[in-house]
Structure formats: structure tokens, C-alpha cells
Design a protein around this ligand. Structure first.
Ligand code: SF4
Length: 334
């Protein structure tokens, strides 16, 4: 039997969804990925999942998300069944089996506007957002997202935002840390402080693929003469498309709609930001690694593919490869 949705509380989700609806319904949204990876000891969530029977050769993000749900009280979890990860289906089944309320949501692979509109409507039916709150949330979200867009632009135009800061501001915007106005105000304050800094030198690089599970990547890139000025997926999570229509907004969002939707966006940003090389991050046991083949053959700049598995610091071998890649790019500038 499916447990009923309680009054209010936290709603977790497995990847970016139309978070506006959760806010407008009076719940606190929680991106489970961010809770997992920012925990002081993220490995313990993975250990918990493996202890409960998750196989070793399954992506660590899935195990981490499961571990987070087991340790946090949630009114429900929105599981994205299409447009993110095929493992989510089995995860949703386990959650239901354990008595956790799950709400399925899907992004249609073919970007069919009618199907997405229906999915958004279904989500509204589940959560019952208040119409007045919906308007207020839209206004607050627009203000917050314009600050995020400014931070992103400053990263490549003024070059006073680090790759790590760009990553964090954008990736956390999937749930705005549970409070839109607080997040928006903090972003505005960050912009003011960053504008007083020196320009960051270094070869402009792009980062594509799912957000990294490993730590210290951006800092190391800067240490060896690079500067990540574009975080593809994290930027998409911040929904950088200005339109009043929520369906259109989540249709322009590229991440769920496959590699060809992403390629267009990546190509445009590489050109606009003057990017000289790309780091493609792939997660161990993730089907998305196969897409590396298309990316290598279509992108106009050199690509370095790196892989992460567990939530730990960047390893020496990957550091050496990044350093050699940046040296090669420097050589190409001469
Ligand atoms: S990294 Fe890949 S396998 Fe892991 S949760 Fe994300 S999409 Fe799924």
C-alpha cells in the first residue's frame, strides 16, 4: 500500500525537476545528490546501501541517494524515471518496498511538449501548489536565477569566479538549499564580493558530463594553469532559460533529452566562452560514458575524459593526466 502524502515537510528528488512546484506547494525541496556529496562523510551513505544489498558494480550516486533517503525524514521522494538514469526505476521500487512515498516524474526523451505538460500537471496534482504562492515563487525564482546567470557570465567574461564556485552556485540551485530568497540574497552578496577580486589567469576550460563525485578537481585545474569557465550540467540545473512558461522552460533544459540536445548547447558555449579544451567527466558504471565517443568526434576542441567512482579526493593518476592536458593546450597557444 502506498503511504499517504503528509501535510508539509521535505520533498527529496533524484535529479533536477520543476522545483517551482514544490516551493509553491509549501514543501522544502531537497536535491538528494547535493546532500550526499556535501556530507562530511559521504562514503557512509554508500556503505549503508551496500550493507542493505546494493551491488558493488552500481553507480555510487544511486547508492549515495539511497543512503541519504534512509537517514533523512522525507514526506516523499520524486523519482525521475525517464531523462536521467535507468537505475532510478529499481531505486524507486526499493523505496516503495520500504514504505517511502515516491512520486514518479518523467522527461520525455523526444522532447514532446504535450507529454512534458502532462507530467508537470501530474506533479501539480500530487502536490497541490497554491496559485498565489505560485506567482510569488515565480518572481523569486526569476530574481535568483538572474543572479546565478550573472555569476556564470562573470566566470568567463570577467574571470573573477573560480570553477569550483561556479560549480557550487549552479549545482545547488536545483533546490536553492531549500529557501529561494536566502539563496538569491547570498548570490547577490557573492557577486559584489567577486567583483572586487583580481582576474583569474589560466587556459579557459569547459567541464561537461554529470557533476563530479570527486573533490578537489577545480582547485587542481587552477593550480596547474587552467580555469574552468563552463560547467555544462550544473548550468543546466540552474535552468538558464528566460521564459514565463514552465513547460517551455523545462523543454529548453537540455540534460534529460540526450546527447544531441546537449551537443548544441555545448558547441554554443565553447564558442561564446573562448574555451580551449574540455574535461569530460564520466562516472564509473554510468551508461553516459558511451556518449564520450560522439563528443570526441563532434566537439571542436581537445577533450580529456576522466572517470570518478567513489566520493574521495582527486587521485594522482588523474592529476597527472590533467596536468599533461593543460600543458598540451598551453603548447597549442604558442
Ligand atoms: S552518474 Fe550515470 S549511472 Fe550514476 S546516477 Fe547519474 S546517470 Fe545514473
Amino acid at each position: 500500500m502506498t503511504p499517504a502524502l503528509p501535510g508539509k515537510g521535505t520533498i527529496g528528488f533524484t535529479t533536477t525537476i520543476p522545483v517551482e512546484i514544490i516551493f509553491a506547494a509549501g514543501y522544502i525541496p531537497c536535491d538528494l545528490n547535493n546532500i550526499f556529496v556535501t556530507d562530511p562523510d559521504p562514503q557512509h551513505f554508500v556503505d549503508r546501501a551496500e550493507h542493505d544489498g546494493f551491488p558493488h558494480n552500481i553507480c555510487t550516486w544511486i547508492k549515495g541517494i539511497y543512503g541519504v533517503i534512509m537517514e533523512h525524514e522525507m514526506a516523499a521522494v520524486i523519482t525521475v524515471m525517464e531523462g536521467d538514469c535507468s537505475n532510478t526505476q529499481a531505486l524507486a521500487e526499493i523505496l516503495r518496498y520500504k514504505g517511502i512515498r515516491t512520486i514518479p516524474f518523467s522527461f520525455p526523451y523526444d522532447r514532446d511538449v504535450r507529454v512534458l505538460a502532462r507530467e508537470i500537471e501530474k506533479l501539480r496534482d500530487e502536490l497541490s501548489p497554491d496559485a498565489g504562492s505560485g506567482l510569488r515563487v515565480e518572481e523569486e525564482m526569476t530574481a535568483a536565477r538572474s543572479h546565478l546567470e550573472e555569476i556564470d557570465t562573470m566566470t568567463w567574461s570577467e574571470r573573477n569566479v573560480t570553477g569550483a564556485e561556479n560549480h557550487l552556485w549552479l549545482v545547488r540551485s536545483s533546490d536553492m538549499l531549500g529557501n529561494i530568497t536566502r539563496y538569491s540574497d547570498a548570490a547577490a552578496a557573492f557577486i559584489g564580493a567577486a567583483r572586487r577580486r583580481e582576474r583569474i589567469e589560466g587556459i579557459p576550460l569547459g567541464y561537461i558530463g554529470v557533476p563530479p563525485i570527486i573533490s578537489g578537481l577545480y582547485e587542481f585545474v587552477e593550480e596547474v594553469g587552467g580555469h574552468v569557465v563552463y560547467n555544462e550540467t550544473q548550468r543546466q540545473f540552474s535552468i538558464p532559460h528566460r521564459t514565463a512558461d514552465i513547460v517551455e522552460r523545462y523543454l529548453l533544459y537540455t540534460y534529460p533529452y540526450g546527447i544531441f540536445a546537449r551537443l548544441e548547447d555545448i558547441g554554443r558555449e565553447v564558442e561564446r566562452r573562448g574555451i580551449k579544451g574540455i574535461i569530460h567527466y564520466v562516472q564509473a558504471f554510468c551508461f553516459r560514458a558511451i556518449e564520450d565517443l560522439i563528443l570526441r568526434e563532434t566537439l571542436p576542441v581537445p577533450i580529456l575524459t576522466i572517470e570518478g567512482d567513489l566520493p574521495r579526493a582527486l587521485d594522482t593518476r588523474t592529476k597527472n593526466r590533467i596536468e599533461a592536458f593543460i600543458e598540451m593546450l598551453e603548447g597549442m597557444q604558442d
